[in-house]
Design a protein around this ligand. Structure first.
Ligand code: NAI
Ligand code: MG
Length: 794
């Protein structure tokens, strides 16, 4: 063996420790005890709990367990600061964000060391990934502050934002929350996770140094109940949460009916797909990053390895070899790959799940490497050959544990990849660009990385599909989630006219006899066919004077089930070309216009109102969204990495739409048209009081080439059907236009599979208003953005 080769085999790492001294000195300067940062001042520490270093088990500091009173004081401070802060020019707000970015860079090593000590992540990561991304986030949003009014005309900030973050990227998650909130003009109350409060407290000092006006940023430390005091606080206008899906669902329910804005960034079980033509060595390095970065405590960790069967053995062999070279150790050592998990409770949780995975048939591999004793250390772990039914194939482990299974064909890879309740991220490795770009849109995930993994940038939105949550952080979408249309703050309660109010008295099913001229009960419209209601009951439809004008079926749970099935079977609608969808919507408009007189008469019969105007507005609205179908699209971002990120606007899936009581035709069309234009399929419940315009609409649908199942219509009692739809796991999003109480119920029931919701909460949305509703308001709510990262260059 020549000398160099020999050195390579015998080469060992010496220690390369980063000094903790300055971080310890900072803690000592605070006597290792912290209160909250409220209204620009530090409160006296109250009842405290310890923040520990998980690598040593040693206490670093005591932090205060925030009470409901503390939260209230912080909210009051944020409320008081809001008018002045939001009235500053974007340029002025931007300068504060810029100052914060500069100060973070200036103190970057202190932040990195403190983060590593409090969280256990390797210094290499906190120094080279977390903190630089934090600074980048504030720089990026300094620009958004200045350009807000140009890019979001007629939008205003929510007000006071309550922000709750997890422990895996303590400062980075703080930046993702605070930077866009401030750029948009909001003030904030933020609670760091109980395991990792320290960098948030250091950040509070940065706010002081940047002379941020008092009350704009308030940091309240504490545990889950402190978080609950934030989400339950009546004077908070928007909640942004990152953390477990379980707590995300609790927060969804807690905020139901309150009108608070909500964004949720939750768990994941992201697939890492390796095709047989991949550059295997690169794919292995990517995998190291995907699952052992931050000890696997990453919401978008590539924790499910899917390998094409033909290379499975070879790939696993190489992977095991690579795992045996990973170094687990003192996180402050600059040559360590894997540090400590955040806390003993997480070690226990991960260890239990590994046992379970093996008991259920997975094959365990742990490399024969040393790990330090005494701290929260675990070896990098592989559980291979798991079946899809294995607990570890579906549960988020949130530790250094990779789970592997194989596939044969690209179709099978997609099916396995999507076989999860989550949808945060996905990674694809193949040298075949056609294959990669074919697979990326088929994956139900908010972020897709091609031949790379774990790329993040402030300019590129991040967030989930399905139970991984909704809302995006970063990019323009991220900014949008901290703003709302000005007019939405000024809406008035909906005053139901007699014409739009369904009778609430118990109904005698035989009380109405079929009126003259009405010879049949309108059926449901499901899967492109008229279908008899399952219940065998019908509901009378009365005109304004109380006269019977027709009858419709009384839809029930089974009708909804059939309609949802039909809507899901038609999801291919999203992949028909936008041009095609536009043509079909134009055709619908045209065919509706042919029958304008008949539809006008029907509207008048049901409501007594001017039917002709409503039909004309409905035709125009269909035209408007036909026009949008091929225009409301994405962007191409240029993050600092040598990559492009294409932000693709995608449909949500199968949507439930419950139309408002008023405007029997336009009320449905105004909501259905944007949903269909963007590629969603729909289960529509038309106006409960005046459903006949939409049951007449079947014939228009049948003559307009709308594929079967794309629009399904179930008539019946709105409140009852809303509940069934909100609880249905086959529905991806639900819109409800109606009373406040039902809106609240819909939002709470939507937590089951974390549906996106839009509800009118008893407020009057004048859907005839073209300026407000012919454009992006509903388009944005009918879509989600997927960012596909594509590397370039050889
Ligand atoms: P968690 O979801 O309980 O904690 C996240 C944040 O929510 C913390 O600040 C916590 O204090 C707060 N919180 C807890 N209960 C709350 C409530 N009822 N109302 C308002 N805020 C509340 O996560 P935890 O317990 O730290 O970790 C448990 C598991 O969750 C992990 O093992 C992991 O699987 C998952 N997780 C996922 C994350 C992700 O980014 N996807 C981040 C953190 C945890
Ligand atoms: Mg800690």
């Amino acid at each position: 063996m020549n000398k160099i080769a020999e050195i390579f085999t015998s080469l060992d790492y010496g220690p390369a420790p980063e000094s903790p001294d300055l971080a310890l000195a900072w803690l000592a300067a605070h006597e290792n005890r912290f209160g909250h940062f409220i209204d620009g001042k530090w409160t006296k520490p109250g009842k405290t709990f310890a923040s520990e270093n998980p690598a040593t088990g040693k206490k670093l500091a005591d932090v205060t367990d925030g009470t409901a009173e503390d939260v209230d004081a912080a909210v009051k401070a944020a409320r008081a600061a809001f008018p002045k802060w939001s009235a500053l020019s974007g340029y002025e707000r931007g300068k504060y964000l810029y100052a914060i970015a500069r100060l973070i860079q200036k103190h970057s090593r202190l932040f990195a060391v403190l983060e590593t000590m409090d969280n256990g992540k390797p210094i290499r990561e906190s120094r080279d990934v977390d903190i630089p991304l934090v600074a980048r986030h504030f720089y990026h949003h300094a620009g958004w502050a200045q350009h807000r009014d140009r890019e979001f005309p007629d939008h205003v900030p929510y007000g006071v934002c309550g922000q709750i973050i997890p422990w895996n990227f303590p400062l980075l998650m703080l930046a993702w929350k605070i930077a866009p909130a401030l750029a948009a003009g909001n003030t904030v109350v933020l609670k760091p996770a109980e395991f990792t409060s320290l960098t948030a407290l250091l950040f509070a000092e940065i706010c002081e140094k940047a002379h941020l006006p008092r009350g704009v940023v308030n940091i309240v430390t504490g545990e889950g109940d402190t978080g609950a005091a934030i989400t339950g606080h009546p004077d908070i206008d928007k909640i942004a949460f990152t953390g477990s899906t379980e707590v995300g669902k609790i927060i969804r329910k807690a905020t139901a009916g309150t009108g608070k804005g909500l964004s949720l960034e939750l768990g994941g079980k992201s697939p890492y797909i390796v095709f047989d033509d991949a550059d295997i060595d690169s794919a292995i390095e990517g995998l190291v990053d995907a699952i052992w970065f931050n000890q696997g405590q990453v919401c978008c960790a590539g924790s499910r390895l899917l390998v094409q069967e033909s290379i499975e053995d070879r790939f696993l062999e190489k992977l095991k070899k690579r795992m045996s070279t990973l170094r687990v150790g003192d996180p402050l050592d600059k040559a360590v790959d894997i540090g400590a998990l955040v806390a003993p409770v997480q070690v226990a949780r991960v260890t239990d799940l590994v046992k379970k995975g093996v008991a259920e048939g997975g094959q365990l591999y742990e490399p024969d490497i040393d790990i330090p004793g005494g701290g929260c250390f675990l070896k990098p772990t592989l559980i291979s050959h798991v079946s899809p039914a294995n607990t570890v194939a579906s549960e988020e482990i949130f530790g250094p544990v990779l789970v592997e299974m194989s596939f044969r064909t690209p179709e099978e890879a997609v099916a396995l990849a999507n076989n999860t309740r989550y949808g945060l991220a996905a990674t694809i490795w193949t040298e075949n660009v056609n294959l990669a770009l074919d697979i990326a849109p088929k994956l139900k995930a908010g972020v897709v990385w091609i031949n790379s993994t774990n790329n993040f940038d402030a300019a590129v939105g991040f967030g989930g599909y399905k139970e991984s949550g909704f809302g995006r952080e970063g990019g323009k979408e991220g900014m949008a989630s901290y703003l709302k249309p000005k007019w939405e703050k000024e809406l008035k309660p909906f005053k139901a006219t007699a014409a739009a109010t369904a009778s609430s008295r118990p109904r005698n099913p035989l009380e109405d006899s079929t009126p003259p001229g009405v010879d049949q009960t309108a059926k449901m419209y499901i899967g492109g066919k008229q279908a008899r209601p399952d219940s065998g009951y019908s509901r009378p439809v009365h005109g304004p004077s109380g006269a019977l004008v027709g009858e419709v079926g009384d839809g029930n749970r089974k009708d909804i089930r059939n309609a949802v099935e039909a809507a899901r079977a038609a999801l291919g609608w999203a992949t028909t070309s936008a041009h095609n969808r536009a043509q079909i919507l134009y055709f619908l408009a045209e065919n509706l216009e042919y029958r304008a007189e008949e539809f006008a008469a029907r509207i008048k019969a049901q409501t007594g109102e001017d039917g002709a105007a409503e039909v004309a507005a409905s035709v125009e609205r269909l035209f408007a969204f036909a026009g949008w179908a091929d225009k409301y699209d994405g962007a191409v971002h240029n993050p600092p990495q040598r990559m492009v990120a294409t932000a693709m606007v995608e449909a949500l899936g199968a949507m439930a739409i419950l139309a408002p009581p008023s405007r029997p035709l336009l009320g449905s069309i105004a909501l259905v048209a944007p949903a269909l234009a963007m590629g969603n399929t729909v289960v529509l419940v038309p106006s409960e009081k005046s459903p006949l315009s939409m049951t007449d609409f079947y014939q228009v649908l049948e003559t307009s080439d709308v594929p079967a199942g794309v629009l399904n219509i179930v008539t019946g009692e709105s409140r009852v059907l809303a509940k069934t739809l909100a609880e249905h796991d086959g529905i991806d999003a639900i819109w409800f236009a109606g009373d406040a109480e039902t809106s609240k119920m819909v939002e709470a029931a939507s937590a089951g599979n974390v549906k996106q919701t839009w509800t009118s909460r008893g407020l009057y949305y004048d859907l005839a208003d073209k300026l407000k509703f012919e454009g992006d308001y509903f388009l944005r709510r009918a879509t989600q953005v997927k960012n596909v990262w594509i590397p370039y260059g050889a």
